[in-house]
Design a protein around this ligand. Structure first.
Ligand SMILES: NC(=O)c1ccc[n+]([C@@H]2O[C@H](COP(=O)([O-])OP(=O)(O)OC[C@H]3O[C@@H](n4cnc5c(N)ncnc54)[C@H](OP(=O)(O)O)[C@@H]3O)[C@@H](O)[C@H]2O)c1
Length: 241
């Protein structure tokens, strides 16, 4: 059987690295998306030491030229892609009021979390179409759920990170619409909520371990069947949009 080829964006550290490690451990060939060559190679070397099949793909999701170059490199080396995990995410705003949050910060969040994610996906789609069974997993967040964020009994109701939250809500809309467009194809599209996880991200520092944070993503990415499409889920089940 051919090795499953998986690209993870923002995989030199944090949950992206953990996803790469765990999928590598179950035999997938992981492509470490990294915007910095040295940091990316440190991650690749660490995985190779554990006998994981890993390569670097230089990829800054906020830079169209970098995305195009990454697509060309994967096309030349492999000709296809089986799984795309859009993990990269940043938070330029945290605990700032929506009434005064600067447009520059909101745009910055959207450039990486939404426009970057959409552009990477659009450019990788021809490669995913060359796979016999392909998956796109978008790492979203419960703070981007309109249902949860508008529920006064939820802790997210108290959370002010409007630019980040809106970018993740927009990611979820992309998941819904792309999953619908591709529903009769061999490509599935889903959003995942990691929960609040102990990483270096400004929204990190939560109680969940890296392993707990990536568990739903790893489960979806390693399922042999590929029938789940157009969902938003975490380890507890379906998350409301
Ligand atoms: N941590 C949480 O509690 C939590 C909760 C809900 C959702 N999430 C989401 O889960 C995902 C992973 O979060 P995390 O906490 O693991 O993040 P993290 O530790 O802050 O790591 C972020 C990763 O994204 C990369 N990155 C940043 N900007 C990039 C760009 N322009 N192009 C390519 N890569 C870029 C970083 O690379 P560099 O090393 O080069 O900076 C790093 O590898 C994100 O989408 C985040 O929004 C996290």
């Amino acid at each position: 059987m051919n090795e499953i080829l998986t690209l993870i964006t923002g995989a030199d550290r944090g949950m992206g690295f953990e996803i790469a490690k765990e999928l590598g451990q179950v035999g997938q060939h992981v492509l470490i998306g990294a915007r910095n060559y040295e940091r990316g190679m440190l991650a690749v070397d660490e995985l190779r030491k554990q006998d994981i099949d890993a390569d670097i793909v230089l990829l800054d999701v906020a830079d169209e030229d970098s995305i195009i170059a990454a697509q060309h490199n994967i096309t030349e080396s492999f000709g296809h892609l089986d799984i795309l995990i859009n993990n990269t995410g940043i938070t330029l705003d945290n605990w700032e009021k929506p009434s005064t949050l600067s447009i520059d910060k909101i745009r910055g969040d959207f450039d990486v979390n939404f426009f970057g994610l959409v552009s990477v996906t659009q450019h990788m789609l021809p490669l995913l179409k060359n796979s016999s069974s392909a998956k796109i997993i978008n790492i979203s967040s419960a703070v981007g759920s309109l249902n949860i964020a508008s529920d006064p009994t939820s802790s997210v109701y108290q959370h002010f990170s409007f630019g980040y939250q809106a970018s993740k809500a927009a990611v979820n809309m992309f998941t819904i619409d792309l999953a619908n467009e591709l529903k009769n194809s061999h490509i599935t599209v889903n959003s995942v909520n990691p929960g609040w996880v102990a990483t270096d991200s400004p929204v990190g520092g939560g109680p969940k371990t890296l392993q707990e944070g990536v568990a739903r993503t790893v489960e979806l990415a390693s399922q042999a069947t590929n029938s789940i499409n157009g969902t938003f889920s975490d380890t507890d089940g379906i998350v409301p949009w």
